[in-house]
Design a binder for this molecule. Sequence first.
Ligand SMILES: Cc1cc2nc3c(=O)[nH]c(=O)nc-3n(C[C@H](O)[C@H](O)[C@H](O)COP(=O)(O)OP(=O)(O)OC[C@H]3O[C@@H](n4cnc5c(N)ncnc54)[C@H](O)[C@@H]3O)c2cc1C
Length: 400
Amino acid sequence: MDFEQKYTDEQEQFRKEVRVWMEANVPEEMKEPINRRADFTEEMFEFWKPKFRELAGKGWLLYTCAYPKEYGGGGRSAAQETILAEEFHRYRVPRISNYYSLPILLVWGTEEQKRQFLVPLMKGEEFSWWKLTEPHSGADLASYQSRAVRDGDDWLLSGTNVFISGRGMPDWLFGPMLTDSDAPRHRNLGLFFIPCPAPGLEVRAMSLLNGDEQHFIFMDNVRVPGNHLIGGDHQGWQVANTGLEQEHGSRGQAFPADPVVDSLVAYMQERADEDPVRQQVGAAARIDGHVHDLFTKRTYWMHTGRLEAQWEGPASSLYGREYGLRNAGRVREVMGMYSLLDTHDSMAPHQGLQEAEQRNSLQHMHGAGSLNINKVIVARRIGISRTRERSAPMHATAPA
Ligand SMILES: Cc1cc2nc3c(=O)[nH]c(=O)nc-3n(C[C@H](O)[C@H](O)[C@H](O)COP(=O)(O)OP(=O)(O)OC[C@H]3O[C@@H](n4cnc5c(N)ncnc54)[C@H](O)[C@@H]3O)c2cc1C
């Protein structure tokens, strides 16, 4: 079997059109910075906002390109999404997406909610941040304490979140809130779309090892209308799990680029490194990267084929994060001190890409839930845990 991705003439023509746009619209100084979390500026965010709208208008915005046209998506094929992912990577177009809110609204939103919330998100007119983690427990999401209390037809929301990722400022925050403190776990949450800004809502930057993309959220009686609740009063756990399914890897990736391994191999090729031990280390990094590439493409193939991924999604997410950390160590072994020179150091190989990854690989152990959560899900789905679990509905697998 030939595993190489091949494109038809028509698809290559599509790629050419995308490249013409990229050449004309992506200036060098607006490309995704190498040290992307620390060096992505407000100016870049403002530059890209109208560009994303333009891309979405063409059905070329990553992720929304593959969603239904009737809700503002591009209606593109898997091959076209793959081409777009390849070209976004080639031209270093930043990612500011609504990756988690789209499937939630597609699966759980009413027709009215899809028109109100989903369409502007699809069209790149608005942006949303996924608001889950609380200070007292992140991994144990079901122990949520932030509350939603009914007030007439409205809800009043209060609570605190930490580590909330996003660039610029969002138009919406979305996530679960405790709607019934007497109800059992998994039946006591509702999932809300919360306008931002709003009276009583504060978003504060949270600096981590790798930059400023995380935030604290403080909510003190933030008023939202009743129709901002997605799903039923007590369905928030189920609704959130559609987003978590995606976050845990079940959508796969059309083009899982690995600039870290590419840079490591290029570094060794540039120096014609003949050291047999370092060669083994470089080869192991490439092999690990390739295994992950196959994992994510397989899951992507399942997703686009409307097959329900069970353990495959969280297993690929787990593998990706673990090998990322392994490879950061391998990079230090091969490149030594040069792996720690940052973007702004003229001696840094490949503009300091590896230094940024030394820090990113550590934080990847925590974002999108901890590694242990991935392990627990895989164990449940392959039948070696006392709890059994099936994947949550995704847009591709939920009945229309
Ligand atoms: C860079 C970054 C970006 C993030 N982005 C977002 C975001 O956009 N939105 C958002 O809501 N959150 C975000 N997070 C938060 C992230 O989801 C949490 O850090 C993660 O869920 C773990 O929660 P915690 O840090 O509170 O650790 P804890 O929950 O305190 O866990 C500590 C340790 O205990 C283990 N553990 C806890 N419970 C269990 C269990 N039941 N079974 C087995 N092991 C367990 C964990 O695996 C971990 O090793 C982000 C975090 C980072 C670092």
